[in-house]
Ligand binder design. Structure first.
Ligand SMILES: *[C@@H]1O[C@H](CO)[C@@H](O)[C@H](O)[C@H]1NC(C)=O
Ligand SMILES: *[C@@H]1O[C@H](CO)[C@@H](O)[C@H](O)[C@H]1NC(C)=O
Ligand SMILES: *[C@@H]1O[C@H](CO)[C@@H](O)[C@H](O)[C@H]1NC(C)=O
Ligand SMILES: *[C@@H]1O[C@H](CO)[C@@H](O)[C@H](O)[C@H]1NC(C)=O
Length: 436
């Protein structure tokens, strides 16, 4: 028997059922084919680290040896992921983004790592990463060039898939720059998926197919799910609150289309966690972590694990919030309500539990109160007939036992319950404060 999680923004709550016979049948896929890409991977959202947002395409190792894209960076981050608790809480994939390649393919048409910046080569790096109990991700592009202008995979899908498999790569992020038609884009993403499968190696396939399709027409997510383990829908994330907000707004605006398609083996990818960098206040970092958990998003950090504050580290390693993200029911959450510059998001979890996030989006003033009736959560089921509520963020504390006793099921505050926490007002922190 279990409880669910639920939190309001900058408050995250977990609502668990307290009945002895809480049960839920797990049906990983309803209809044939609905299971998506059949490679047995990403049954919960991928967790790891990806270099792009923090390190971008820095190839200047002469002047910036500690932050250029080189094997040294990945060896150091891998070492820290294994030794500093990251691996223990689930961050497993250390992923290379653009700018790892040499400007030309080798004489046999294979991609090669830049020889100065990756003198040991990718296979050597993969071996080290594997020796730490971690997995290695790499990057390529469906078109004629990568976004930064390195060799693209168009015309080389099989060779590149085989090269990655030979090196011991475990994840491929496949970008969509320099692709001249929607047909080439769709065919390319499918061809690479099949090519990866033919190598026989288990390689998580991270796509940007819908992102590049949206400007032209609405992507067919059923089809995308058949070929990809996760897929980017929206613009690259930046280290800013505006970027986080834009991503959340896009996601809630399109939730009718994208939420139903997510599930074990295939996830919507709102892009990297930027927690631990420069642009977000403490409350904003909490908000990103909470909402990425509600959205069942891949948790790919892009930060410098060699220099990260204890607060950011504790937030990123918060086991309760990670447990929501990794919940094995595999249902993505959605925005339930938007009013008065507050948003309430909720996500169904295993064992009839729910996670709730309440976000205060007002960018003026101080903390504001928000009162919510438990009868309005979890489609009216989360606390029917009763539930335990635990706040997880910004601080973990038990809010206690709640009963669903209101006769009017709509937006009524619970009137009776056996703890003083009944009818409690949660204060949401202003998402914009910069007290950190
Ligand atoms: C390749 O696809 C088949 C069926 O679609 C699946 O059974 C197999 O596990 C896949 N192999 C890999 C390595 O992904
Ligand atoms: C790559 O470039 C060739 C030659 O210009 C062109 O024919 C082909 O369509 C391009 N492919 C993509 C995916 O843009
Ligand atoms: C979307 O793709 C699926 C699976 O490939 C297909 O069955 C379906 O007809 C497509 N839907 C549309 C609207 O094209
Ligand atoms: C709950 O709060 C409402 C509004 O503040 C109040 O009218 C009501 O009496 C409270 N109920 C309990 C049980 O405290």
């Amino acid at each position: 028997m279990v409880t669910a999680m639920m939190k309001p923004l900058s408050r995250v709550l977990w609502l668990g059922c307290v009945l002895v016979f809480c049960f839920q049948v797990l049906v990983p896929c309803g209809l044939p084919g609905a299971c998506g890409l059949d490679n047995g991977l990403a049954m919960t959202p991928t967790m790891g680290w990806l270099h792009w947002e923090r390190f971008m395409c820095n190839v200047n190792c002469q002047e910036e040896p500690d932050s250029c894209i080189s094997e040294k960076l990945f060896l150091q981050i891998a070492e820290i992921m294994a030794s500093d608790g990251w691996k223990d809480v689930g961050y497993e994939y250390i992923c290379i983004d653009d700018c790892w390649m040499a400007p030309e393919r080798d004489s046999k048409g294979r991609l090669q790592a830049d020889p100065k910046r990756f003198p040991g080569g990718i296979r050597h790096l993969a071996n080290y990463v594997h020796s730490k109990g971690l997995k290695l991700g790499i990057y390529a592009d469906v078109g004629n060039k990568t976004c930064a202008g390195f060799p693209g995979s168009f015309g080389y899908y099989d060779i590149d898939a085989q090269t990655f498999a030979d090196w011991g790569v475990d994840l491929l992020k496949f970008d969509g720059c320099y692709c001249d038609s929607i047909q080439h884009l769709a065919e390319g993403y499918k061809q690479m998926s099949l090519a990866l499968n033919r190598t026989g190696r288990s390689i998580v396939y991270s796509c940007e197919w819908p992102l590049y399709m949206w400007p032209i027409f609405k992507p067919n997510y059923t089809e995308i799910r058949e070929y990809c383990n996760h897929w980017r829908n929206f613009a690259d994330i930046y280290d800013s609150w505006q970027s986080i907000r834009n991503t959340l707004d896009w996601t809630s605006s399109n939730q009718k289309i994208i939420v139903p398609v997510a599930g074990p083996g295939g996830w919507n990818d709102p892009d990297m966690l930027v927690i631990g960098n420069f642009g977000l206040s403490r409350d904003q970092q909490i908000t990103q972590m909470a909402l990425w958990a509600i959205m069942a998003a891949p948790l790919l950090m892009s930060n410098d694990l060699r220099h990260i504050s204890p607060e950011a580290k504790a937030l990123l390693q918060d086991k309760d919030v990670i447990a929501i993200n990794q919940d094995r029911l595999g249902k993505q959450g959605y925005r339930l309500r938007k009013e008065n510059n507050f948003e309430v998001w909720e996500r169904p979890l295993l064992n009839l539990a729910w996670a709730v996030a309440i976000v205060n989006l007002q960018e003026i003033g101080g903390p504001r109160s928000y009162t919510i009736s438990v009868t309005s959560l979890g489609r009216g089921l989360a606390c029917n007939p009763d539930c335990l509520i635990t706040e997880l963020l910004p601080e973990k504390r038990k809010l206690g036992f709640y009963e669903w006793t209101s006769k009017d099921k709509k937006y009524k505050t619970v009137r009776q319950c056996n703890t003083v926490h009944c009818n409690q007002t949660w204060t949401a922190l202003p998402a914009t404060s910069t007290d950190y």
